[in-house]
Design a protein around this ligand. Structure first.
Ligand code: UTP
Length: 292
């Protein structure tokens, strides 16, 4: 059985330019989906998968993310005085030592952000979750991946089919043999030019990686877009370590832009027993009016 995955890296140092002006002062990971910041969904997913240490790779203006997982003494005291329940705060309370943060002073790319966590990760496998990709599954995406990882080990990435016309926006896999939800990866291409993608299987931002990926990132080589790419480091290890794509069962919402954020809000609200009925009623009325 491969070594258990205990640590997860959350690269959150990006500028979030597609969500300006909101992200001028608020990290995009703190914008809410229904009544929880986006980061909470990724952290819940990681905890469900057995992750014990949450490593945030932050940048300028991202302190609210780390503060969010702190204890809010004044808030708690006020709620207690008013006789209100504190349960609502539970998911945002980290256990002592659960949250660690490191700074990426300059956004040189996703690979560079992950590499900034190298000393905290140490010599063990780790997960990477991009919080702006909201994954909904039962169990969650990372929990499904951990189950598959226990069988095949090595490096494992979540994969999703997208229309061919969209492959140029993502990291795309060159697929080998498939077995159920697992597909061997022969190669990885970051943002292939339109019409050149080796498949329509893209990487939506969930990874289980071996520490050797950090060693591959030591070279700091720039790839697509002049950025240090995580996919390039993984691709370097093909032939040395198993590399599989895992087609996860569930839904994915790209919250990197305003359209995805709105869609994710509606989709997640509809799943909730408290706010779902009101949103459903609104959508039905809007449809009857011809607005949908
Ligand atoms: P994105 O490119 O989607 O995020 O990176 P961004 O840069 O924040 O957004 P836009 O494109 O300007 O709107 C994917 C993930 O990688 C992180 C981002 O925070 C996001 O979670 N990232 C990216 C870093 O942490 N550092 C980087 O240098 C680049």
């Amino acid at each position: 059985m491969p070594t258990r995955v205990r640590k997860a890296v959350f690269p959150v140092a990006g500028l979030g330019t597609r969500l300006l002006p909101a992200t001028k002062t608020i990290p995009k990971e703190m914008i809410t989906i229904v009544d929880r910041p986006l980061i909470q969904y990724a952290v819940d997913e990681a905890r469900e998968a057995g992750i014990e240490q949450l490593i945030f790779v932050t940048g300028r203006g991202k302190s609210a993310l780390v503060d969010y997982f702190d204890v809010g003494f004044e808030l708690e005291a006020t709620l207690r005085d008013k006789g209100k329940s504190l349960d609502v705060l539970d998911p945002s309370n980290a256990r002592f030592g659960e949250v660690v943060s490191v700074r990426q002073q300059v956004p040189l790319g996703l690979g560079h952000a992950v590499w900034c966590a190298r000393d905290i990760v140490g010599d063990e496998p780790f997960a990477v979750l991009l919080p702006d990709e909201l994954m909904f599954g039962q169990p969650g995406c990372l929990a499904q991946m951990v189950e598959a990882y226990d069988k095949v080990g090595g490096n494992l990435v979540a994969a999703l089919e997208v229309p061919e016309s969209e492959t140029h926006k993502y990291g795309v896999i060159d697929p080998g043999a498939s077995d159920g939800r697992l597909t061997e990866i022969k190669g990885l291409v970051e943002k292939p030019a339109p019409g050149t993608a080796p498949s329509n299987l893209m990487l939506p931002g969930r990874y289980i990686l071996q520490p050797e990926v950090m060693r591959a990132l030591d070279a700091q080589e720039k790839g697509a877009g002049g950025e240090i790419q995580l996919t390039d480091a993984m691709a370097k290890l093909i032939g040395q370590q198993p590399l599989h794509a895992f087609r996860f069962e569930g839904e994915r919402y790209d919250c990197g832009g305003a359209d995805g954020f709105v869609i994710a809000n509606i989709a997640m609200a509809l799943k909730r027993q408290d706010v779902g009925p009101a949103v459903k009623a609104f959508l039905s009325t809007a449809k009857a009016r011809g607005a949908v």
